[in-house]
Design a protein around this ligand. Structure first.
Ligand code: R7I
Ligand code: MG
Ligand code: MG
Ligand code: MG
Length: 352
């Protein structure tokens, strides 16, 4: 039992960092069919034991994910001021890790106010509407792993950890959806074939509860759509099992591939589900690689969508599914394995 959990914790955090590192060179790109061949070769090389090259560096997605792990492992109770400091320290140390264009403002305000009210700066983003970026969702996996057996605590901590930087309802609900997806994947038996319809149905039911609860009524929200993610998940459901020629374009059109949570979290979930089966022009027998390679082949916010899809796939499949050459070619993967183990042992030490 705990052997499986250890493998799944490692798999999920490795998925997050490998998706980030391998996706980052393509961020913002529109991917043509020629580019898909390039991406196929790129992954073939990354899996080749003979291939020598400097590792692929990680970006803000991983920088913030590792801070979230530290927040969970280093304190007996959730301490959001501590998490804010970790985010800011990481950002000050390496501001060129590809952070979202607006988030530096939040960090500067936190620092200048000496972390007085760490939740305030995020509320001031985008004329008080709060950022709808996917920055909350991209770093949420450790919270799903840690709190997988305490669902309500998981949602509470994921909400607050997101609100340090993102207060728009779309960003918060997107982070919760990603968190729930990682948890469901963790709880699924990797030896049994996953039922995509069942997986989506469970997410739909949970998002319905969240979107109907209107706990966020008091939040400033740019567009208070109460069914936003339920509707997106209906599209994810409708896409299951489809495999016609223009499917990628349809996925991009209907689900999106952008930096908003709304246009990336449902897409990441779709990538995880579609990669349960073979995908045309993605030549690999490895489901973990297929998930990440497919996510990148959609273009747009490739590092983040691949990172989120990788975190879900890794939580389902476990560490054994991850090619060791792929691990070797990405930055911070060795450390992330240790960090995953710390996260699991902290869970025993401080049962929150
Ligand atoms: O969400 P965030 O942390 O960015 C994460 C993304 C990932 O792709 C990373 O890999 C990295 O590349 O960036 O950072 P934010 O700056 O809060 O949000 C990202 C972007 O979304 C912003 O810089 C804006 O371009 C856009 N955005 C908005 N635009 C208009 N109105 C977010 N919220 C709004 C808005 O309300
Ligand atoms: Mg990034
Ligand atoms: Mg970027
Ligand atoms: Mg990105």
């Amino acid at each position: 039992e705990s052997v499986l959990l250890k493998s799944k914790f490692r798999g999920s955090l490795l998925g997050a960092v490998i998706g980030d590192c391998t996706g980052a060179p393509f961020e913002g790109d529109t991917i043509t069919s020629g580019d898909k061949i390039v991406i196929q070769r790129y992954f073939d090389k990354l899996e080749d034991p003979e291939f020598k090259a400097p590792f692929k560096p990680y970006t803000d997605d991983t920088a913030m994910t590792k801070s979230v792990v530290k927040f969970l492992t280093d304190k007996p109770e959730p301490d959001y001021k501590f998490l804010a400091r970790l985010f800011v320290n990481e950002y000050m140390k390496e501001p060129r890790r590809g952070y979202g264009a607006a988030i530096g403002e939040v960090f500067n305000k936190m620092r200048l106010s000496k972390f007085d009210d760490v939740f305030k700066p995020a509320t001031e983003q985008f004329q008080g509407k709060g950022s709808y970026g996917n920055g909350g969702a991209m770093r949420v996996a450790p919270i799903a792993l840690y709190y997988h057996d305490n669902y309500d605590a998981m949602l509470g901590v994921a909400t607050k950890a997101t609100k340090l930087t993102h207060t728009n309802t779309f960003a918060i609900h997107g982070a919760l959806l990603q968190c729930i997806a990682v948890r469901e994947a963790l709880l699924a038996d990797p030896k049994k074939k996953l039922d995509p319809e069942e997986f989506v149905a469970s997410l739909q039911e949970k998002m319905k509860k969240i979107e109907n609860a209107n706990v966020d009524r008091d939040l400033e929200s740019s567009s208070p759509e109460d069914r936003a993610y339920q509707d997106k998940l209906k599209i994810v459901e409708d896409l299951i099992g489809k495999s016609y020629e223009d499917l990628d374009e349809e996925v991009i059109f209907q689900l999106g591939n952008g930096i908003s949570a709304y246009e990336s979290v449902p897409t990441a979930i779709h990538c995880f589900l579609r990669a349960q089966n073979d995908i045309a022009r993605i030549e690999t027998g490895n489901q973990f690689r297929r998930t990440i390679q497919y996510a990148i082949s959609l273009g747009g916010d490739t590092d983040t969508i691949a990172s989120m899809a990788g975190a879900i796939a890794g939580a389902y499949l476990g560490e054994e599914a991850v090619n060791s050459e792929l691990i070797r070619h990405c930055e911070f993967t060795q450390e992330m394995t240790e960090v995953a183990d710390n996260l699991l042992s902290a869970k025993g030490e401080f049962p929150k």
